[in-house]
Design a binder for this molecule. Structure first.
Ligand SMILES: [Zn+2]
Length: 412
C-alpha cells in the first residue's frame, strides 16, 4: 500500500483553516460557537462533502462525515479530533486529526480501496474548555460522562447558557440524543500532535498512546484569621497561608509517595486574601491538579490530600473546605488497535514508541463507548497552544500514512 497523493494539499488545507480565526493569523483563536468556529465548521464540512462523505450533526454540534462501507449495517471505524482552539493558539492542535483524518480517507479513496465497515470522521464540539470551563464538551456528552441536565447548567463568562448558544449556532434537537450507545463505533483512532518533546528529541516518527492520563481537580478554601502583621504576636495566630503551605507540601509528598512516574500533583493557583505585606492572610484559595494513568492510584493521592486538609484544620484551628471540581477516569487504549497501528507503522517503514498522553483528549471520553487508540506525531520543541506551534509536512505525512493503513485494516 503506497499513498499516491502528495502531502501538499493537506498542508495547504491546514494553512487555509488557520486563516479562519478571531485574531490576526498566524494567531489562531476559535472559541466554540463563535463566528470563527462556525466559519471553520462550514469550511471543513465543505471539504468533507467534496470528498463524497455524508455529513450529519448532533444536537450539540458534534459532526460526523461518513464514507459508506460495503456493509453499512456494521459499526463504523471512527477517526477525528477537534477544530476549536484556545485564544492565542496555533494551527495544528486538533486540526491535524480532523484534516489528517479526512486526508487518510482520501488516500484510501484514491487507491480504489473499498471499506467493508464505514469509516466516519468525527469533529468534536468544544474540546477546549475556554467557553464553558469544561473540556471535551461534545465527547463528554457522547460518552455519557456529562448528562444533558448537567450540560444545561453550563454558562460562559457573559452568562450565556449552552441552550442559547447552541441554538444560535444552528444546533437543535434533544440533548439526550447526543450520548452514544457502546457499539455505535467499532473502534476510534485519534491522530494528534504530541504536545510534548519526546518524539522529536528521540527522533522517532510516531507515538502509539497506551494510556490517557486524566486529571482530578480539587479546589481548597482555607479560612483563618487576619490581623496586623506587626501587632498580632505569633502564639494563637490562624494564618491561612501558612496552613495552605502545609497542604501544598502534603500534595507534593503524596504524589511522590506512590513511587510511579505517572503520578503528578500540582497546585497551580494560590489566591491570598487580603494580599498585603503587613496583613496576616485570612483566606487562601488553592486549585490543585492531580493526574495519573491509574485511576485508583490517583484517587488515593486525592484522599491523602483530603486527610491532610482535615489534619491541618485541626492542628491550626483554621477552617478548610474542599470542592471536587472534576475527576475524570483515565483511559487505557485498546491493545488490538495498538498492534494494528504497530504493524501499519512497520509496513510503512516508520519508527514508533509506546507512550502515555499526559494531556487529555476527546479519545478519553470516546473510550467509554468504543475501543480507542491515539497516534501522536512530533511537534517542534514540544510547543503547543501557541502561535508558533509547528509540525513538519513530513511528520504529518507519516501520521496520515499510518492512520490510513490502520483505518484500512480495521474497516476491511
Ligand atoms: Zn487537541
Amino acid at each position: 500500500m503506497k499513498p499516491n497523493r502528495s502531502i501538499d494539499a493537506l498542508i495547504a488545507e491546514l494553512h487555509a483553516l488557520a486563516q479562519i480565526t478571531a485574531q490576526e493569523p498566524p494567531v489562531v483563536t476559535r472559541v466554540v460557537f463563535s463566528e470563527a468556529d462556525l466559519r471553520a465548521r462550514a469550511h471543513v464540512k465543505g471539504l468533507c462533502a467534496a470528498a463524497g462523505l455524508a455529513v450529519t450533526e448532533d444536537a450539540v454540534g458534534n459532526t460526523f462525515a461518513r464514507w459508506q462501507g460495503s456493509d453499512p449495517a456494521l459499526a463504523p471505524v471512527g477517526t477525528g479530533s477537534h477544530i476549536d482552539a484556545i485564544p492565542n493558539a496555533g494551527s495544528y492542535d486538533g486540526t491535524v486529526g480532523v484534516l489528517g483524518g479526512l486526508e487518510a480517507i482520501r488516500v484510501l479513496q484514491s487507491m480504489g480501496y473499498q471499506p467493508r465497515r464505514s469509516i466516519e470522521l468525527v469533529i468534536f464540539t468544544a474540546e477546549e474548555p475556554t467557553r464553558f470551563g469544561i473540556g471535551c464538551l461534545g465527547s463528554r456528552m457522547m460518552g455519557s460522562v456529562l448528562s444533558p441536565a448537567q450540560a444545561l447548567t453550563l454558562r460562559d463568562k457573559e452568562g450565556r447558557g449552552l441552550e442559547e448558544l447552541r441554538t444560535a449556532a444552528g444546533f437543535s434537537g434533544s440533548l439526550e440524543s447526543v450520548a452514544l450507545n457502546s457499539g455505535r463505533f467499532h473502534s476510534f483512532i485519534e491522530l494528534h500532535i504530541e504536545q510534548g518533546p519526546l518524539l522529536e528529541q528521540e527522533g522517532i516518527d510516531l507515538g502509539l498512546v497506551t494510556h490517557i492520563a486524566a486529571p482530578a481537580s480539587l479546589r481548597i478554601l482555607v479560612e483563618g484569621e487576619g490581623g496586623h502583621a506587626g501587632a498580632r504576636l505569633m502564639p494563637g495566630r490562624k494564618d491561612a497561608l501558612a496552613a495552605a503551605a502545609e497542604l501544598i507540601l502534603a500534595l507534593e509528598a503524596a504524589a511522590k509517595s506512590t513511587g510511579a512516574v505517572d503520578t503528578v500533583g500540582t497546585v497551580g493557583v494560590c489566591e491570598v486574601f487580603p494580599g498585603a505585606v503587613n496583613s496576616i492572610p485570612s483566606r487562601v484559595r488553592l486549585e490543585t491538579d492531580i493526574r495519573d494513568i491509574d485511576g485508583a492510584r490517583r484517587d488515593q493521592v486525592l484522599d491523602t490530600l483530603r486527610a491532610a486538609c482535615s489534619e491541618t484544620a485541626k492542628q491550626r484551628g483554621v477552617q478548610i473546605t474542599t470542592e471536587l471540581v472534576n475527576a475524570d477516569p483515565p483511559a487505557a487504549c485498546d491493545e488490538q488497535i495498538l498492534s494494528v497501528m504497530e504493524k501499519a507503522a512497520a509496513d510503512a517503514g516508520k519508527t514508533t514508541r509506546r507512550m502515555v498522553s499526559r494531556a487529555y483528549h476527546d479519545s478519553l471520553f470516546m473510550a467509554r463507548v468504543a475501543p480507542v487508540a491515539m497516534l501522536f506525531i512530533p511537534c517542534r520543541g514540544g510547543v503547543s497552544h501557541r502561535p508558533d506551534e509547528y509540525s513538519s509536512p513530513e511528520w504529518i505525512a507519516n501520521g496520515v500514512n499510518v492512520l490510513a493503513r490502520t483505518l484500512a485494516a480495521l474497516s476491511a
